[in-house]
Design a protein around this ligand. Structure first.
Ligand code: NAP
Length: 331
């Protein structure tokens, strides 16, 4: 089985590559990367690395024509809430189309595992979100992820490729420079906004569990083809997440708690201020909603169809992530 990975130098992709390395021979894994320096340790471990860019069809054509993968895991994306829509579309939507078109140049097209995101769903939902929940992207990044999915679905429907789509919620683990790093640093600086007493429940997937879901799809392509899957490890309230991180950081002072409407108004005005100053605001309406509303996902489909069983609890995942953040001096 020959497997090509895009985005293997990123947070999610690197965990997928770790899991692949445990199961497959290094020479059967191809990393398609922008920056060869970031892939140095993988090259030393015997993996094949091809330099390119998903916005450049020729580089994708060359990599795929040379390596002839059986499976392509597409985890490369511009994961940035603040990037302009045109750039997000170029990388996330057009980049996905480029990957698919390059795959179809082979006589027998490889199987695609597309790493999508729960951001394709509406931000506010009062019930568990299943794969049947209609799209409801909140911002530009979310819109670009919907556009990418539609490209994959269209290719499946036209019989151009066989593929599965995975929709992870927030991913937690080592090598993440966003979620937990930002939350921990905001807490350290006394700037973490506890809204509605932190009652909101969030859903996370441990990076290792997500990687296992990818392995399950690879080994059960026939069952998984044409399917979309939610995947998760645990649910945790904002308050419990705060408390666990606080105990790691020796923060004893309780956070300031704000009512929702006050936090939302502050978020709104700091967004405007940020735009006027050309700076990213720490608090915005999206973050206020994110930390004040339940966001729950139904992952029964991947459990029943592919036998997915998350192995990582909240406590283990937080501990491992904090270990890494502290070791790297990020927090
Ligand atoms: N992190 C989460 O919580 C989360 C949640 C749900 C879904 N996801 C999805 O998971 C995927 C990976 O996200 P991530 O969090 O791992 O982001 P990340 O750490 O920023 O990694 C992004 C990866 O994509 C590569 N990349 C970006 N633009 C590229 C281009 N034009 N050509 C080739 N490679 C390019 C990056 O390469 P460089 O290393 O060179 O920058 C990096 O390897 C995305 O599809 C994202 O939507 C992530």
């Amino acid at each position: 089985m020959k497997i090509m990975v895009t985005g293997g130098t990123g947070f999610v992709g690197s965990h997928i590559v770790d899991a692949l390395e445990e199961k497959y021979s290094g020479s059967d894994i191809l990393l398609f990367v922008r920056d060869m320096a970031k892939a140095e340790s993988r090259i030393r471990a015997g993996l094949t690395v091809h330099q390119g860019n998903i916005t450049d069809r020729t580089s994708l054509n060359l990599a795929i024509d040379d390596f002839h993968p059986d499976v392509v895991i597409h985890a490369a994306a511009l994961a940035d809430d603040w990037a302009p829509l045109t750039r997000l579309m170029e990388v996330n939507a057009q980049g996905t189309l480029n990957v698919i078109e390059a795959m179809t140049q082979l006589e027998s097209s490889p199987f695609l595992i597309h790493i999508s995101s729960s951001s394709v769903y509406p931000r506010v939902a009062s019930v568990y979100i299943s794969e049947e929940t209609p799209y409801g992207p909140y911002g530009n990044y979310h819109k670009s992820k919907v556009a990418a999915e539609k490209i994959v679905k269209d290719a499946i429907e036209k019989g151009v490729i066989e593929a599965s789509i995975l929709r992870p919620p927030n991913v937690m683990g080592s090598r993440d420079f966003t979620h937990m790093a930002k939350i921990s640093n905001a807490m350290k600086n006394g700037k973490f906004p506890m809204i509605r007493n932190g009652k909101a429940k969030q859903t996370w997937v441990a990076a290792e569990d997500l990687a296992q879901a990818v392995l399950l799809i690879i080994s059960q392509q026939r069952k998984a083809k044409g399917r979309i899957y939610n995947v998760k490890s645990f649910e945790i309230t904002v308050k419990d997440l705060y408390d666990q991180i606080a105990s790691r950081l020796d923060i004893s002072k309780p956070p300031k708690s704000y009512p929702y409407f006050l936090a939302y108004s502050v978020g709104f005005f700091s967004e405007i201020l940020g735009k006027l100053r050309g700076k990213r605001s720490t608090l915005n309406r999206y973050r206020v909603i994110k930390f004040s509303r339940d966001r729950l996902f139904d992952d029964s489909k991947i459990r029943s169809e592919l036998g997915y069983q998350p192995k990582w609890s909240a406590q283990e995942t937080i501990t491992k992530t904090m270990d890494w953040l502290q070791k790297e001096g990020i927090v």
